[in-house]
Design a binder for this molecule. Sequence first.
Ligand SMILES: [Zn+2]
Length: 404
Amino acid sequence: MRDTKLMQMALGLTPPWIVTGSDFDAEAGRIDIQIDFPAGSRFACPACRAADCPVHDTERKSWRHLNFFQHQAYLIARVPRVRCAACGIRTVCVPWARSDSGFTLLFEAMVMTMVAAMPVKAVARMVGEHDTRLWRVLHHYVDDARERLDAADVTRVAIDETAAQRGHNYVTLCVDIDQARVLFATEGKDASTVAAFAGDLIEHGGDPEAVSEVCIDMSPAFIAGARASLPNAHITFDKFHAVKIINEAVDAVRRAEQKRQLLLRGTRYIWLRNPDNLSERQRETLDGLPMRHLKTARAYQIRLAFQDLYDQPTTDAATAYLKQWYFWATHSRLDPMIEAARTIKRHWEGILRWFDSRIANGLIEGINSLVQAAKAKARGYRSMRNLKAMIDLLAGKLDLRLPA
Ligand SMILES: [Zn+2]
């Protein structure tokens, strides 16, 4: 068997395409495989599929292919433009690559597999390509798969924000709770964010009016957005955000008290944790404090009591419990706690909705870890668009249809 024949079979070329030769440059670590077609060959029109169009002229192109052993491999071919009676002059589609790509389909499939597992920059270094070229491949497959995304059955949604990079720029994630996938990731956080999500839902066969439950934090932007764009959705306020508000109030009490009470120095993290999660040393420190005389300790008890709300067996029990808690917190004479309790009061219904919906953004923790991974893999991603594409790739459960 001649080596051109072997190459042709290995590449899976079909007539009229044939391998005509190869050039191996050991020093450059590169092999060029020449592909051509016999004179007089005819091709289908890429636009209307009409068969047997005559060749008008050709243009030489090359594509990076999977490595040949340790060497970079390129396919080189004259790509014909055909003369179609209906469409005029058209460039034919070669079977081994997408039009406009400088990579073969198999190379792209390899890149897509690699970028799902390691940072794009690292992949770029490994394959010896500039990362902007790899990002272009990634965007193509993600955009293409997102067009096929089916959101018809979406009824329960969690909306949460995540910092894109060191506290700057936020990305809002809209998650399909039942299928545990990110449906929509977008920059920023305001009422129009939810409207944009609703628009995207419609584009993918979903119905914003069919969304019956939504979990959000207590930010006015999300509340206004959810009411306007998801009109039939019951709002559940994420319990982790609710606890966080109380926790911040505890910390405010501690900061103020610490100015006069030196015993509190270095205890910040003790109050932010739950008793079960304290280290032995933290436990000892806590036990050694004059708890009954500390405002911080009282604030801490109020926070622990708020967390116990979520152990109440029924909505009725929870409602009664929350009323008692509110009375206690607002009579604590601790301003930050009173203020936090009033915030809870203003969001009463959505806090208690949890007892019916049982949804929390903590449910999407698995997704959050994927999003953190996306940030790491997109390191140096330069643009929000790159980060969003990486989130879609890792957390969107997309049907990528990679060439095999
Ligand atoms: Zn045509």
